[in-house]
Design a protein around this ligand. Sequence first.
Ligand SMILES: [Zn+2]
Ligand SMILES: [Zn+2]
Length: 420
Amino acid sequence: MRAVLDHVGIAVGDITAALAFYRDALGLEIEAPEDVPTQRVRAHVIPTGESALELLEATAPDSPIARFLQKRGPGLHHITLRVDDIAAALTHLRARGVRLIDEQPRPGAQSALVAFIHPSAAHGVLVELTQARPRTTTLNAKRHQLGDLSLVALHDGLFRLDGGAMFGVVPRTLWAAQSPPDDRNRIQLATRPLLVEADWGRLLIDCGIGDKMDAKQRDIYAIDRQHPLDQALAAEGLSDADIDLVLATHLHFDHFGGATVRRGGRIEPRFERARYMIRRGEWHDATHPHERNRASYVADDFVPLESSGVLDLFDDDQSIRPGVRVVRTGGHCPQHQIVFIESAGQTAVFTADLIPTAAHIRDAWIMGYDLYPMDTLAFKKQFIRESIDREYLIFFEHDPVVAAGYIRERDGRRFVDQVL
Ligand SMILES: [Zn+2]
Ligand SMILES: [Zn+2]
């Protein structure tokens, strides 16, 4: 069995005094607390590199932490080892006669599965096993019915971007716990274009990175083409020729690289029957890049659309098709837009680079790439409030694990209730 130290749990009686030591005196960053209702415990996680400290506070008199404090006072409560397959680990231990507290894994903090080994078997230490939420996933197309509209979260492979640039002013100690960086400080990201199927046709929102990059670019961005858009469409019984309309949230290469393909020596529109809808201001910005955004725009992704006569530029926020409308957010780039999809009183929103992954649901977790981060903040604060209150289904274009979910809030802590 392979196991790594995940965290050390410390039972605290007086959380204010404990924070005064761990946060103020030691100067460690502490994450927002998380309640574990099944244990009647509130956990304050302190990331420390690959592992973490976890300050445990009882939330009810019958909490195991309250009983521990009564019997032994504050101090080391448990250590947690992370294993790849917790069910297999428990079977392995049972076969060797190890006394367990939990015969079956159960849900713990941060949506991980956990199980405890009895301290008598571990020389006086309470040992917890945990199986982390998978950090990466095999991409597959995921379908959701929204009233009369069928939504399919497609995929166009994986790539990596610098973790610091993805989280802006957020310290690495905080984001690395959610998105572990590789040895080049890059984190795993997906591209997930969204297909909307309706009686008026098939609309594709963004279209992934595509296949035009050279070897050097593929290395810089760790482009992984094992699960490209063709495969996602084929899994739904579709091909490029079934797409009627392609809509761009903005023209950055990780959103619109898939709009064109190299055929012979030429670069041509990829979806042979489709019209391509792009906001006029974004078209202008992409065709007039400056030093700060030059790396994000690749002319071959969009210029050939114009010469082929398949381009439809539009000016303002508007309805694109029945149930589909665009709203400009600014922030990430001045003309960045998100897409509201509405049917039968339900709303889904394709948030593009406003909320690129589920880790970005906190207001201040804003990408360093954004040209106008204070504009992002203003739009995002109001939008996320509205998403929670009105239960919008949020599509995360770059999350490698969660394609879509509801943002919810409990005891002041936000989390994503995964749907796809
Ligand atoms: Zn972008
Ligand atoms: Zn992006």
